[in-house]
Design a protein around this ligand. Structure first.
Ligand code: NDP
Ligand code: 2IT
Length: 446
């Protein structure tokens, strides 16, 4: 980075957030692409917007005690990072995974600020979570954990304050338990969480939204570059909420998905993935992806999830977790002829991987734009809750499609306006930042 002001700011961020490499990684990427904004907009520098932008408004950390099925007391750590509320109430998911610590929640919260801005809906950014591992836990254990988690969190959130939702390890079951406990403690029936069940305020198409939105965004990017999904071979990592609905939509758009994964390994099915089998394993019974080969003798299972990127493909859609594609995997993708990487997961590509995509001219759809369909539809769930109405699946899906089209258009335009045409990562960072920055400047030093 050439800009001395931004370099100094990044040094401060590094000093202030030791031991949090994911947060530093996310901030570095964004500041690097904001160099032309610093040059064009001295008024934002003057207003101290950049310094405030990289510091969360509030960070909450708390004890989450619960009792397991054998009667033993367990203790996890809970987090909620309320990053930025300039354009709306804090909004973002809750991640339940053993790898969760403050740095992960902070990077996710920071990304969420820009992502939510891109949706054009009035939502600020936040993220929460815990190092609780739902894997192998009974429904009763998950419920007691979620109730304990909400027993502290409820005082910090609210339909006009902060609206959590799902993320890794948090799906309909967990959101239901958290909603029930919030309602009991607050004695208030409001849309305080999104991703709720359809019987109690959830939106049709929210379950599908992140995966579908990823495909709508990617389709726009492909079309703008004279390409399409038709007849293409696609890799989709993960086999959770985002991955499953990305596979469903991309298949309906004419592509063939040949591989999926979980944290243990990946399956390769040259005939195209049988999604109903994956859904039966993952959505209905929480089993492992390797069981796919028991009913699909032509498919191959390989231990280790990273190997999925060695399979030749045209398009890669990482939908599992952060830093799942490193420089080495990116180089293999390029060598095998992959021409497009579009991100369903948050920050799935390391900086080396991104450098490899850009220097080889790949079409690169950055997470904060490409996966914004999930939170956008959460925003539509909030609207429906406020109206006390629910829209049809088709109506929500149509709105989602338009939002994803507009996000692509604003990334493309911002990249062009700031001299980086075709770099949608820079476009997403700049377009997302400018809206929040203008709001922060207008609201004074807060
Ligand atoms: P799920 O919990 O439904 O699924 C996660 C999937 O990724 C599982 O297949 C899981 O495998 C795999 N995975 C998780 N951690 C790792 C890891 N450390 N190494 C390898 N594989 C891993 O989560 P989602 O589908 O909701 O989330 C996936 C990604 O998409 C995350 O980055 C999330 O932040 C992002 N995202 C989610 C949105 C949503 O609406 N849900 C919206 C926008 C982004 P296993 O079962 O073995 O753990
Ligand atoms: O990363 C994300 O955008 C999400 N996990 C969805 C957040 C939301 O509030 O729906």
């Amino acid at each position: 980075m050439k800009n001395a002001y931004l370099n100094e700011l990044l040094e401060t961020v590094k000093k202030r957030n030791p031991g949090e490499p994911e947060f530093i990684q996310a901030v570095t990427e964004v500041l690097e692409t904001l160099e032309p904004v610093v040059e064009k907009r001295p008024d934002l520098v003057e207003a101290g917007v950049f310094e405030r932008f990289v510091e969360p408004e509030r960070q909450i950390m708390f004890r989450v005690p619960w009792v397991d099925d054998s009667g033993k007391v367990r203790v996890n750590r809970g987090f909620r990072v309320q990053f930025n509320s300039a354009i709306g109430p804090y909004k973002g998911g809750i991640r339940l995974h053993p790898s969760v610590y403050l740095g992960i929640i902070k990077f996710l919260g920071f990304e969420q600020v820009l992502k939510n801005s891109l949706t054009t809906l009035p939502m600020g950014g936040g993220k929460g979570g815990s190092d609780f591992d739902p894997k192998g836990k009974s429904d009763g254990e998950v419920m007691r954990f979620c109730q304990s988690f909400m027993t502290e969190l409820y005082r910090h959130i609210g339909a006009d304050t902060d609206v959590p939702a799902g993320d890794i390890g948090t799906g309909a079951r967990e959101v239901g338990f958290m909603f029930g406990q919030y309602k009991r403690l607050q004695n208030e029936y409001t849309g305080v969480l999104t991703g709720k069940g359809l019987q109690f305020g959830g939106s049709l198409a929210r379950t599908e939204a992140t995966g579908y939105g990823l495909c709508y965004f990617t389709d726009e990017m492909l079309k703008a570059n004279g390409k399409s999904f038709e007849g293409k071979t696609v890799l989709v990592s993960g086999s959770g909420n985002v991955a499953i609905y990305a596979v469903q939509k991309v298949t309906s758009m004419g592509a063939k998905v040949v591989a999926m994964s979980d944290s243990n390994g990946y399956i390769y099915d040259k005939n195209g993935i049988d999604l109903e089998c994956v859904r039966a394993l993952k959505e209905k019974s929480r089993r492992r992806i390797k069981e796919y080969i028991e009913t699909h003798p032509d498919a191959v299972y390989t231990e280790g999830s990273k190997g999925i990127w060695t399979i030749p493909c045209d398009i890669a859609l990482p939908c599992a977790t952060q830093n799942e594609i490193d420089g080495e995997s990116a180089a293999i993708l390029v060598k095998n002829g992959c021409f497009c990487v579009s991100e369903g997961a948050n920050m799935p590509s390391t900086p080396e991987a991104i450098e490899t995509y850009l220097s080889n001219g790949l079409l690169y759809g950055p997470a904060k734009a490409a996966n914004a369909g999930g939170v956008a539809t959460s925003g539509l769930e909030m609207s429906q809750n406020s109206l006390r109405l629910s829209w049809t699946f088709e109506e929500v899906d149509e709105r989602l499609k338009n939002i994803m089209k507009n996000i692509f258009a604003s990334c493309k335009k911002a990249a062009e306006d700031y001299g980086m045409a075709g770099n949608y990562m820079a476009g997403a960072n700049i377009a997302g930042f400018l809206k929040v920055a203008e709001a922060m400047k207008a609201q004074g030093v807060v």
